[in-house]
Write a protein that binds this ligand. Structure first.
Ligand code: AMP
Length: 121
């Protein structure tokens, strides 16, 4: 698979400080911030700082240190008290996955029972 990262995407702009975000956690390799259109009482996005377009791109090409830094940020946000009863982590990927922003991100949703994973097969 060829991964072709486009650095004009909105999350790259957030990382460059060109547009604001409500940041809840940051480390050397990852940033976590509130989704602008929350779909649950808690709806956060965790992104790597490196130029990876999708989960499979990140898994294939990010260094072990970048992957550890990203998972450390996931651990930090998932430790929030509001997520203590559980959460859902989603990584929409490319067209069939419904990915809108082509910079790898994991949605962390929670704060209420979330129901079934998909509404239809
Ligand atoms: P996806 O469909 O997985 O690519 O989801 C992209 C998510 O990014 C959506 O849930 C949007 O609401 C969210 N989003 C788009 N622009 C921004 C922004 N400037 N700040 C925070 N979240 C955003």
């Amino acid at each position: 698979m060829d991964f072709d990262y486009d650095s004009s995407n909105i999350f790259a702009r957030i990382l460059r400080g060109e547009i604001p975000a409500k940041v809840v956690f940051e480390n050397e390799h990852a940033l976590a911030f509130h989704d602008v259109r929350p779909q649950a009482p808690v709806h956060l996005l965790v992104i790597p700082k490196g130029p990876y377009m999708s989960l499979d791109h990140f898994a294939a090409e990010a260094t072990a240190v970048e992957q550890a830094g990203f998972l450390s940020a996931v651990a930090a946000v998932c430790g929030m008290e509001e997520l203590g009863q559980g959460f859902r982590a989603i990584a929409n990927t490319r067209t069939h996955g419904g990915q809108e922003v082509p910079h790898f991100h994991v949605h962390i949703l929670g704060g209420r029972p979330l129901g079934p994973m998909l509404s239809q097969a």
